[in-house]
Design a protein around this ligand. Structure first.
Ligand code: PAF
Length: 283
């Protein structure tokens, strides 16, 4: 496995692979890897000849008062895990050289980026789509892999890929959970043990929401209320940002009755740590 920091060097490697006819899978990450990331690498491993994992804590997607400085990092451990997982190349650029001093171009998916998470984190998705557009242009992968935990992120990136004709396939893999049900996330490391215990309320909430739907209650507001109640009861220290049933593609609020394939999205935060969970409703 190679660790490459320069985009030009990575492109040389990729053009060699392309001449050999190799397919390429890309797993974009911000490092501090967990089982969720490794499930993406494993899917990429099965479907492509070569697998590239990018590790880059992208400053553009953090607001001025957000956790860029405290975002957990452990490059050495990440390299070990990816070596074992069968990754071919880790792309680990340096923020200064990756963007350069004169950087001034951004990619923005206008509407999807402003709702839900975007309402609380203005500019966040603009940073995500800009870094992904750069990564897609550098790597030109056949397939890209993201986790369902970040459902809105995947919807925003799908829209960008569609709008800007990136010739690649997006794969969204299921949420990987800890035995407690908590969705795996690098940010879980920032929680106290009490917060971590309370955070399991998010997975319990989406489960309850789906059970409500399964039991024949299809009114979206009632599904949301059942899920919200679980968080209020079991995570009293958390602030709920939203609990909503939305259309899976447009992420617009389901106004009346929910149907199979609508998604229940929840976001809550403990101090400054934002936590997400979701479930695709199914009977
Ligand atoms: O999900 C993440 O880790 C990041 O938002 C991503 C997609 C790697 C872009 O920086």
């Amino acid at each position: 496995m190679l660790v490459i920091g320069e985009a030009t060097q990575l492109r040389e490697m990729i053009s060699y692979w392309r001449k050999e006819g190799d397919s390429i899978g890309l797993v974009p990450t911000m490092g501090f890897l967990h089982e969720g990331h490794l499930s993406l690498v494993s899917a990429a491993r099965k479907q492509n000849k070569k697998v590239i994992v990018s590790i880059f804590v992208n400053p553009l997607q953090f607001g001025p008062n957000e956790d860029f400085d405290t975002y957990p990092r452990n490059a050495e451990r990440d390299v070990e895990l990816l070596d074992k997982a069968g990754c071919d190349v880790i792309f680990m650029p340096d923020a200064r050289t990756f963007y350069g001093n004169s950087f001034q171009s951004h990619v923005e998916v206008e509407n999807l980026s402003k709702i839900l998470i975007g309402e609380f984190r203005p500019g966040h998705f603009r940073g995500v789509t800009t870094v992904c557009a750069k990564l897609f242009n550098i790597v030109m992968p056949d397939r890209v892999y993201f986790g369902q935990k970040d459902f809105q992120q995947v919807a925003v990136i799908r829209q960008m890929v569609h709008d800007l004709n990136f010739p690649l396939e997006i794969n969204m893999l299921p949420i990987v959970r800890e035995p407690s049900g908590l969705a795996m996330s690098s940010r879980n490391a920032l929680l106290t043990s009490e917060q971590k215990q309370q955070a399991t309320a998010l997975s319990a909430a989406v489960k309850t929401g789906n059970e409500t739907f399964e039991n024949g209650v299809h009114d979206a507001r009632l599904i949301e209320a059942a899920a919200r109640k679980v968080i209020e009861q079991h995570a009293p220290g958390f602030t709920i940002a939203y609990v909503v049933v939305v259309d899976a593609k447009t992420l617009s609020l389901v106004l009346d009755k929910a149907k199979d394939s609508d998604v229940l999205l929840v976001e809550a935060y403990a101090d400054k740590v934002r936590l997400y969970d979701n479930i695709v409703l199914s009977n």
